[in-house]
Design a protein around this ligand. Structure first.
Ligand code: ADP
Ligand code: MG
Length: 222
């Protein structure tokens, strides 16, 4: 059974006179443990697709099944809980809280119902090679280090799925490659299913499958 399945998923934004088909009738199946990359020009619907995959936004039509759950039909509170437990998010701008240390940023994402605590945060930081930076504020960290903190934060509830929206966009190419390698390790060593939207051509070497978005339509590339 696929871990993620999209059937005829569309997202239309109605702003002004002409509706925008940000996602246009998308079918997609992702198996557990796959490392999937999505490329495509700016405005082609990549972020919208990732938001739908993560239940951050709902589709205009179509079905989205994740780990056997029809997430389109879940009530908001159930969806929030499902997301917390199953999906980690990584963004282009890192989205760290500036007044919290690296460790506190990771800790802030812990599911309150779990038994995870500061030691989990420490472990997660060590996992991304940042143990020695635990007490630093984001402003004292390089871009690559900030993104590592964000990755540690995304993993703190042990999600099966990690969604990353252009995680290397604000990094130089060498640091970007290191971050992609780190995501690939999380996939290979920990079996996490990873979907990354990226402009980096480097990801082609690492990903199991490559998709391209164009005007809201998704196509798999060889
Ligand atoms: P990408 O991530 O590939 O750059 P997006 O998914 O951000 O593309 O956007 C796809 C299209 O949908 C664009 O035309 C964008 O302007 C539009 N769009 C995205 N989000 C919204 C929104 N919340 N409201 C209206 N239009 C949106
Ligand atoms: Mg985008």
């Amino acid at each position: 059974m696929p871990l993620i399945e999209l059937k005829e998923v569309s997202k239309v934004f109605k702003q002004g006179a002409t509706p925008i088909n940000a996602c246009d009738n998308i079918d997609m199946k992702i198996q557990p443990g796959e490392f999937v990359a999505i490329i495509g020009p700016s405005g082609s619907g990549k972020s919208t697709l990732l938001q739908l995959l993560g239940g951050l936004d709902g589709p205009t039509s179509g079905e989205i099944t994740i780990d056997g759950h029809d997430i389109v039909k879940l009530k908001q509170s159930k969806l929030t809980e499902f997301r917390l437990r199953n999906i980690g998010f990584i963004f282009q701008h890192f989205n760290l809280i500036p007044t919290l240390t690296a460790e506190q940023n990771v800790e802030s994402a812990i599911d309150k119902r779990s038994s995870n605590d500061r030691s989990t945060s420490r472990k997660m930081l060590a996992n991304v090679g940042l143990e020695s930076r635990a007490k630093h504020l984001p402003t004292r960290l390089s871009g690559g280090e900030q993104q590592r903190v964000a990755i540690a934060r995304s993993l703190v509830n042990n999600p099966k799925i990690v969604l990353a929206d252009e995680p290397t966009r604000n990094l130089d190419s060498e640091t970007g490659a290191e971050i992609m390698e780190l995501l690939a390790e999380l996939n290979k060593n920990e079996g996490r299913t990873i979907i990354v939207v990226t402009h980096s051509s480097y990801v082609r070497k690492l990903a199991d499958r490559l998709f391209e978005m164009n005007d809201g339509q998704l196509a798999e590339k060889e």
